[in-house]
Ligand binder design. Structure first.
Ligand code: ZN
Length: 162
């Protein structure tokens, strides 16, 4: 990577860490998950408004280092409007980028501006900061029972004990 490109990437990350996008709670969220990275102390809550299989809206709140905040900010921009499968594929690709093990499977989506995190692979301790919002997103996509769920999966749970 050229030093100019590296500087540009750092500027983008800095910008997103100082002025994170979609940094608020989501009143209409029907999914929510909390993530914590004890190695660094990053805490993030990801809110999702899932409509069918599509991420209609996504936002986050929390406190963390520049990398985790910028990563969450850019993640929300990247997955908005995508399907669950597309978001999963993007995470797979992103994870490959920052761990240096790029999956070569055809059909994986282009990372676009998420490429700015490619420098993170030189700082292994920061990998978890960059992936925290994505893991949290995944948890929200999979479960998210901590808030309201508009979907009823499986048999309805019976309240009350035996
Ligand atoms: Zn961190």
């Amino acid at each position: 990577m050229s030093s100019e490109l590296r500087e540009l990437y750092q500027e983008v990350i800095l910008d997103h860490s100082k002025r994170p996008r979609n940094f608020h709670a989501l009143p209409d969220a029907n999914r929510k998950a909390e993530g914590y990275n004890p190695l660094c102390g990053d805490r993030e809550t990801v809110y999702l408004e899932l409509e069918g299989d599509v991420v209609k809206d996504v936002a986050f709140e929390g406190a963390g280092c520049a990398i985790s905040t910028a990563s969450a900010s850019m993640m929300t921009e990247s997955v908005k409007g995508k399907t669950r499968a597309e978001a999963d594929a993007l995470f797979e690709r992103f994870h490959g980028l920052i761990t240096g093990v790029l999956p070569q499977a055809p059909g994986l989506p282009a990372l676009g501006k998420l490429e700015v995190f490619s420098g993170v692979r030189e700082f292994p301790i920061r990998v978890k900061c960059a992936t925290l919002p994505w893991h949290t997103l995944k948890a929200a996509l999979q479960g998210g029972a901590s808030v309201v769920s508009t979907e009823s999966e499986g048999p309805a749970a019976e309240s009350g004990g035996a």
